[in-house]
Design a protein around this ligand. Sequence first.
Ligand code: ADP
Ligand code: MG
Length: 323
Amino acid sequence: MPPPNTEHPVASDAVTESAANAGDTHALPYPRRPAAADPPPHTLPPEVGTVVGTFVLQEKLGEGVSCHVFRGWDQSRSRPVALKILNWANVFDRGAAMKQLRTEAMALARVKHSLVVRFIDFGFDPRWPYLVTEFFEGRPLGELLRSGGALPPAWALYLVSQMADALGAVWQAGLVHRDIKPDNIMVGPNGNAKLIDFGLAKADALEATRERTGPELAGTAAYLAPEQAKDASVVDHRADIYSLGVTLYEAITGRLPFEGRNRVQVIFQHLNTPPVPPAERAEGIPPLLSDLCLWMLAKNPDDRPQNYEELRQALNTVIGVGR
Ligand SMILES: Nc1ncnc2c1ncn2[C@@H]1O[C@H](COP(=O)(O)OP(=O)(O)O)[C@@H](O)[C@H]1O
Ligand SMILES: [Mg+2]
């Protein structure tokens, strides 16, 4: 039995119990004697109960490549919050990662709209830098689609209309979101939606750190506008309209317009292959809705709805016809 390692924030009871069961110290999970290859203790994720700033971590909601996401409690204002905390274990360049989270916070702080998650705080806790936003009770649209398949067209239209309004506010704030996809759209019990995750958002005045330090191919391949696949640093809001078109396509058909075995294959199709009209892929999709989806998915940004007003009008027409 190794000596208890007080630096590991894991309950020691768990160790005793598993040690007794295992009877073999080599089979022990954490905590155990640190090996030379182990990351230093602060690269471990924070535990539920940890306090960062004035916020208590209450429940882990998710883990992305660069961040852990927690539901937390704002002790100073007595309200639930969501905290995005840097995942040091996956961070290669610490300075760039801190700058990236700060850029995300600054982008979010610029947008004030009821359908965009509200910025609350950003802090340089030396253990875990954090970004705090309002907590939204719901599930990501991506999860809903993965578990339940396509949505009835009217529901999909309601969600996408809300996102068109949210993105109108993002555009007014001088930003391009650049990561519109079902996993970044939260859906509440009543079908109310909220746009989250400004980790790739870009503005002229903000330093787009990921572009300087990482590949230019920012964004998730399946939802990537052709021009964003070519060079993510020069896109405008019409790239978000394309990604929202992919989201709409997936929501009504239950399938992505372009599938492939790898990123290159998918991007090739975004650039070169006309999408199969949604109405040919699933039953019960009104032709006008199918056409709108194809309009949003035009390869050339000049051939898409040019702004959110135009998009909103088109959505209203489809919604009106469906009544
Ligand atoms: N404000 C929020 N309210 C509730 N859940 C949230 C909130 N923000 C994020 N989440 C949860 O955390 C997950 C990851 O958050 P996100 O900001 O998309 O991080 P990442 O950059 O890792 O994709 C979301 O899919 C959602 O489940
Ligand atoms: Mg995300």
